[in-house]
Design a protein around this ligand. Structure first.
Ligand code: AMP
Ligand code: MG
Length: 288
């Protein structure tokens, strides 16, 4: 756990362990309202997010400062999840705790004609976080083994090769100095129905409603199978998957905050040393 071996308040085990996909069991049997390892409720969890957000912001600033001083490292948060699982909320409520200058946020929609003319990882490569930044992907290369697999948008002979390609790609990204954190937000079918209906009931949320989400919902079990294949084949030490119940938004947000803190902590960052003579500069400023 990097520098601080202490568990955050309310946690009985490190989120990095308890939320790891390998420990989540079969995804089809996962309880999306569970808060594994965390004993707090909505009120304490929401307060914890605000408090821990200050540490996250400090660590992020330190990463940025080091990036300015020649450290090439970065962090990449990959967010996946079914429609309405709260991907945008993670960007807003966890990314929002950081300095926007230090973030590189990218949402991936259906590939453009140009993107389709390239390998599926081409558009991903171009959005990787530069030195000192935290990259956030709202959807990612995993879409190429999710809707693409469920609807056979390319033949099985093509999508089935992508797991190995992804592992190799992520290996290269990690070796180049990017700490990868992948989170899958798992929402229950009932909660999704509620959220879709809330979107319809509120004209201010109609822009978020997409009629095709209802069609996708019809392939629920196929999606679960596609997620299971992802966890089975791409949960690696250099690019771990975490499964987060998303029926309680406060929990998934707090969990992502802790996972990012842990990732940044693991970089063992310090504040960059001055590249000038501090005493001399103090004397100069005093003399102004
Ligand atoms: P949203 O996140 O609500 O803006 O929706 C983005 C849409 O893009 C979703 O329906 C995704 O499934 C779709 N999408 C993203 N990447 C891909 C991809 N590689 N192939 C097919 N559909 C994709
Ligand atoms: Mg959507």
């Amino acid at each position: 756990m990097g520098k601080s071996e202490q568990l955050p308040d309310g946690w009985s085990a490190a989120p990095r362990e308890t939320l790891r996909a390998a420990n989540a069991g079969p995804i089809a049997a996962y309880d999306p309202s569970s808060t594994p390892g965390y004993s707090g409720d909505k009120e304490t969890g929401t307060a914890a997010l605000a408090a821990r957000g200050e540490l996250l912001a400090d660590l992020q600033e330190m990463l940025f400062a080091n990036g300015r001083s020649g450290d090439h490292r970065s962090v990449l948060l990959v967010i996946q999840g079914m429609d309405t699982a709260g991907k945008g909320g993670i960007v807003r409520h966890v990314g929002g705790l950081c300095d926007p200058q230090g973030l590189r946020i990218k949402g991936f929609g259906p590939p453009t004609k140009e993107e389709l003319a390239h390998d599926f990882l081409w558009r991903i490569h171009r959005e990787l976080p530069p030195a000192g930044r935290i990259g956030i992907f709202d959807r990612s290369h995993y879409e190429d083994v999710l809707p693409v697999r469920v609807h056979n948008l390319v033949p099985e002979s093509v999508w089935s090769q992508r797991y190995d390609a992804i592992n190799q790609f992520e290996r290269e990204v990690a070796d180049a100095g990017t700490t990868i954190v992948k989170v899958a937000l798992v929402v229950s079918k009932e909660e999704q129905k509620q959220r879709l209906s809330d979107r319809l009931d509120d004209p201010n949320k109609h822009w978020k409603y997409n009629p095709s989400d209802v069609d996708e919902r019809g392939h629920w079990d196929d999606y679960l199978e596609a997620y299971q294949a992802i966890f089975d084949r791409t949960d690696t030490p250099h690019a771990p998957w975490y499964v987060l119940g998303a029926d309680r938004k406060w929990f998934s947000r707090l969990a992502v905050c802790e996972l990012l803190i842990d990732a940044l902590d693991g970089l063992d960052l310090g504040w960059p040393k001055a590249t000038f003579d501090v005493e001399k500069e103090k004397a100069r400023v005093a003399a102004l």
